[in-house]
Ligand binder design. Structure first.
Ligand code: PLP
Length: 467
């Protein structure tokens, strides 16, 4: 890897890893959690990755960005590929089978999100696409209310003139007051409240039902950003009291390019099609176009049936293993958060409170070590994958880091647990972070345009192409 030579190497290791590990209690490395059954397998289990001095099993702490595929998802895709053909465009046997699977996939997703009678389930590319689709479908005079903590996908697609940004709340009560007040101050005919299910920065679960009830009383509809929530908790439009929901397949162990917008049909049917083209039309004459209603109205062009099948397979597996997944993530998440909080020189971050319910995500900084250097060292020296930066939630991270204890950090490190994470990975991460906090990295690093990287990095990226 060529890195422009900029500042001189700043960090050098001074203690062996084994030493830093000794204070950790061993934990069982279970793939089965008590009575709740086995976890669904991912295709990347025991993935060997190079480090500066050998090869280790990849410790994946980047599930909040993208998840590996489930084995069941890959099997469903392989099977669908055998008969893959056009969707809703042909009468050949393979076309009919493929078309049927596309609609069966929609039905599976419909069940997964607890769609009500009359709700639409539209396949999109991802959550960003789903939010942009909904933004295009809002009645013209809609006022949108969105907390500054939101991911950019949920924060940015709305017309600026009628978007009301609510400041980062300091507590659940604060969030309720901010929302209630804002809705009262803007009495409009059409209102939409954007809520996160779980923060992609802190993992904290938002008080969805409580805020949705406030929204309803204030005459607003609610769209739930379930991108970080659906992989960890059951979602149900009706039970949660929300009108729309968005999610991404690649965060749900189905990385084949499909996402979803589900919810009330009326605004979707009244809006112009998201894309103009084949599949979205009932009739085209020289005098004009009659557009479809329902999901087809916003799914012009040949749809991503493989993505839809993958997403449906993931929904099916996650529903079948929900208890085991929750037990796995609760155990590893607690160990991760408690372990990080106990390391001198490490700060962890919360919007609401340290003991607020959350999915297994921890965002932290290490005193005196830039976040990009932390993630580079975790990767190069320990085979650990985390994310550093502001996680496409700049306003949220800026607010969290504006803290006297956060020293000079302007970015943070995020470790997110999922099905590819094991107890050994958590222990390895904690030991590595403790070592970084105490001694800095083992190797020498330089900062280049892509962030920090080891000097003379021996890890070759010329891995054989998969095609
Ligand atoms: C909470 C949240 N919402 C939306 C998105 C956007 O998802 P996608 O990149 O799949 O469009 C993300 C992605 O990180 C997210 O974490």
């Amino acid at each position: 890897m060529s890195i422009a030579s900029t500042p001189p190497p700043a960090f050098r290791r001074s203690a062996p890893l084994a030493h830093a590990r000794t204070h950790l209690r061993p934990v069982p490395d279970a793939r089965t959690w008590g009575e709740v059954g086995p976890l669904p397998a991912v295709v990347s289990e025991a993935l060997p990755v190079p480090t500066l001095d050998g090869t280790v099993d990849y410790a994946n702490f980047d599930h909040a960005a993208s998840t590996p595929a489930l084995v069941s998802v890959k099997a469903a895709v392989d099977s669908a590929l055998r008969t893959y053909s056009s969707v809703h465009r042909g009468n050949g046997w393979a076309s009919r089978v493929t078309s049927s699977w596309y609609e069966q996939a929609r039905a599976e997703v419909r069940a997964f999100v607890g769609a009500r009678e009359g709700d639409e389930v539209v396949f999109t590319r991802n959550s960003t696409d789903s939010f942009n689709l909904l933004a295009r479908c809002l009645p013209r005079d809609t006022h949108v209310f969105v907390f500054e903590t939101e991911h950019h996908a949920a924060l940015l697609p709305w017309a600026p003139k009628r978007t009301h940004r609510l400041p980062v709340p300091g507590s659940v009560g604060d969030a309720a007051v901010l929302l209630r007040t804002a809705l009262r101050e803007h009495p409009g005919r059409h209102k939409l409240v954007v809520l996160a299910g779980a923060s992609n920065v802190t993992g904290e679960i938002w008080p969805i039902r409580e805020l949705a009830a406030i929204a309803r009383r204030g005459g607003a509809r609610v769209v739930l950003d379930a991108a970080q929530y659906a992989p960890h908790r059951p979602v149900d439009l009706d039970d949660l009291g929300v009108d729309y929901l968005v999610l991404s397949g690649h965060k749900l162990y189905a990385p084949f390019g499909a996402g979803v917008l589900a919810g009330r049909a009326d605004w979707l049917d009244a809006a112009a099609p998201y894309l103009a083209g084949g599949g979205a039309t009932k009739a085209v004459t020289t005098r004009g176009v009659v557009w479809q209603d329902g999901a087809a109205r916003h799914e012009a062009g040949s749809p991503n049936v493989i993505g839809a099948v993958a997403l449906a397979a993931a929904c099916h597996s996650l529903r079948s293993h929900a208890e085991a997944i929750e037990a796995h993530e609760a155990a590893l998440g607690k160990r991760l958060l408690d372990g990080l909080a106990a390391i001198d020189g490490v700060e962890t971050y919360s919007l609401f409170a340290a003991d607020h319910e959350r999915v297994a995500v921890a965002t932290f900084t290490v005193d005196g070590v830039e976040s990009s250097l932390v993630s580079a060292a975790l990767s190069a020296e320990h085979g650990i994958g985390v994310r550093d930066g502001k996680f496409c939630a700049h306003l949220c991270v800026d607010a969290l880091l504006d803290d006297p204890y956060a020293a000079a950090s302007t970015t943070a490190v995020r470790a997110s647990v999922g099905l590819a994470t094991t107890a050994e990975h958590v222990d390895r991460l904690l030991a590595a972070v403790a070592e970084l906090a105490e001694h800095g990295p083992r190797a020498e690093y330089v900062e280049g345009p892509q962030g920090w990287a080891p000097v003379n990095d021996p890890r070759a990226l010329d891995v054989a192409r998969p095609w």
